[in-house]
Design a protein around this ligand. Structure first.
Ligand SMILES: Cc1ncc(C[n+]2csc(CCOP(=O)(O)OP(=O)(O)O)c2C)c(N)n1
Ligand SMILES: [Mg+2]
Length: 308
């Protein structure tokens, strides 16, 4: 579905993510989701703004909070819902769950920081292939506490890899506020390796696009890794019920909800039409996922115990 610069389509993608994740949480409470799930309600402008600037062939590397990245990329909602419910029709045939997704050039893993050396390796492969593709890796503020991130930044910079690192600073690592987990500055972590870095406090999808495009262009032009730090906020709990934040703080950030912010630019009738369409699409997607057959160990290849 990428790339995209139609304002209504950007709204549709953000709304799809918001409503998908609300349904995912509801499905979790009903005991329909296997494993865990982390939603990014409030962070939709990051996913849609960044991914909508990528080209077919670019690689997206996502993390434990990746439903939005996946849907922004154009990943099918029905297969994502099915994956979370452990169904054979899931993105990874029901075996990866919420955090472990692979679809086309989209990859996600729940191992914090473990995705960054993988992204650097993929960027090396893309550089060798010379097809002009860029790797975009999303990571959270707390993930900057993982040592392997810095080994990866070092090599990415030394080897001039086409890698764009997007830090979604939602100000918390699980329940730990950034002031209690990060020494120095966010920008300093990239500047130390000579990686150009830009930061912005924004929930505006158009602003995110405006900031992302030059980073992608520079990485594609062979200028090496680039970093973009987006200061954002998640309205939802870290995972399900584990929220220790001050409710007044959450309400304050809700004033900058990316959806109404962007909807205000669009015709009300168009917004209502898109809302109806997305609701219907998700109704169908979740019903189909729920009706699908469960993942079957018998379909593991090679079969357990057999000689490959
Ligand atoms: C290697 C590893 N350690 C711990 C965890 C458990 N864990 C999952 S999310 C999370 C916090 C991540 O914070 P951040 O990077 O800021 O991302 P956010 O959850 O805020 O999107 C932790 C500690 C994990 N998934 N992987
Ligand atoms: Mg965080």
């Amino acid at each position: 579905m990428n790339p995209c610069d139609d304002p209504l389509e950007l709204y549709r993608r953000m709304l799809l993510i918001r409503l998908f994740e609300e349904r995912a949480l509801e499905s979790f409470s009903r005991g329909l989701v296997y494993g865990t799930t982390h939603t990014a309600i409030g962070q939709e402008a990051d996913a849609v703004g960044v991914v909508s600037c990528t080209r077919p062939g670019d690689v997206i590397v996502s993390n434990h909070r990746g439903h939005g990245h996946f849907l922004a990329y154009g990943g099918p909602a029905e297969a994502l819902a099915a994956e979370m419910m452990g169904r054979a029709t899931g993105v990874c045939r029901g075996r990866g769950g919420s955090q472990h997704l692979h679809w086309e050039d989209f990859y996600a893993s729940g191992i914090l920081g473990g995705t960054i050396p993988l992204a650097a390796g993929m960027a090396l492969a893309e550089r060798e292939r010379s097809a002009g593709a860029v790797v975009v890796a999303f990571l959270g503020d707390g993930t900057l506490g993982e040592g392997v991130v810095y080994e990866s930044l070092n090599l990415a910079s030394l080897w001039t890899l086409p890698l764009v690192l997007v830090v979604e600073n939602n100000r918390y690592a699980q329940t730990t506020p950034i002031a209690r987990h990060l020494a120095g500055s966010l920008t300093g972590r990239f500047a130390a390796f000579g990686i150009p870095v830009e930061e912005a406090e924004t929930t505006d999808v158009l602003e995110v696009r405006r900031l992302t495009q030059p980073r992608l262009d520079a990485a594609r032009a062979g200028e090496g890794p680039q970093a973009l730090i987006l200061h954002t906020y998640r309205f939802s709990a870290h995972s399900k019920g584990d929220d220790t934040r001050d409710p007044a703080e959450i309400e304050r950030y809700r004033m900058a909800d990316p959806l109404p912010l962007h909807a205000a630019r669009l015709a009300a009738s168009e917004v209502e039409r898109v809302q109806r369409e997305v609701q219907q699409d998700l109704e169908r997607a979740f019903a189909a996922a729920l009706a699908a057959a469960p993942a079957s160990p018998a379909s593991l290849t090679p079969a357990l115990g057999s000689t490959p």
